[in-house]
Write a protein that binds this ligand. Structure first.
Ligand SMILES: [Zn+2]
Length: 153
């Protein structure tokens, strides 16, 4: 499985990698590089925040703290992208985009760790792994096999 991390990303061109040092999501990318899923929480009341959400819906605080969360969740919704972008998107077949509801309470949009045309079933458990795009680790969903669920729970 680790060999795939050094191969070019299955989906996107390396040129689309985020500029980690000048990105408000730098804590996410720094965590991903360590193999951790790091997401924002309200620094005052602890509510999970959306990426780039400046103000807490719960208490109005502008404080934001980034913490590692469990890299696991379920599929809230999934769609299949049919739009081709030659030169930018390497996939030559439709690919799934998944809205994952994480156990931390966050929602995160991502695609799959490996190329597939089949979107996961809504409600299916997923683990969050990381694709490597131009040297930058970004979260990607990996369907959890039933046997893995039994082994880890
Ligand atoms: Zn708050």
């Amino acid at each position: 499985m680790t060999a795939a991390q050094h191969a070019p990303d299955w989906l996107l061109d390396d040129g689309l990698a985020p500029d980690v040092n000048h990105d408000p999501l730098a804590p996410l990318y720094d965590g991903s590089a360590r193999g951790e899923l790091v997401l924002p929480f309200c620094g005052s009341c602890g509510r999970p925040l959306d990426l780039e959400q400046p103000v807490c819906d719960g208490c109005g605080s502008f404080e934001c703290v980034w913490r590692a969360v469990e890299p696991a969740g379920t599929v809230h919704s999934a769609t299949v992208m049919h739009r081709a972008e030659p030169g930018l998107v390497h996939a030559d077949a439709p690919y799934p985009i998944i809205d994952v509801e994480l156990t931390s309470g966050h929602r995160l949009i991502m695609t799959t760790l490996e190329s597939t045309m089949l979107p996961p079933t809504i409600g299916a458990p997923v683990r969050i792994a990381f694709r490597i795009l131009g040297g930058v680790a970004i979260p990607a969903a990996q369907p959890t096999a039933p046997s893995e669920t039994e082994a880890t729970s």
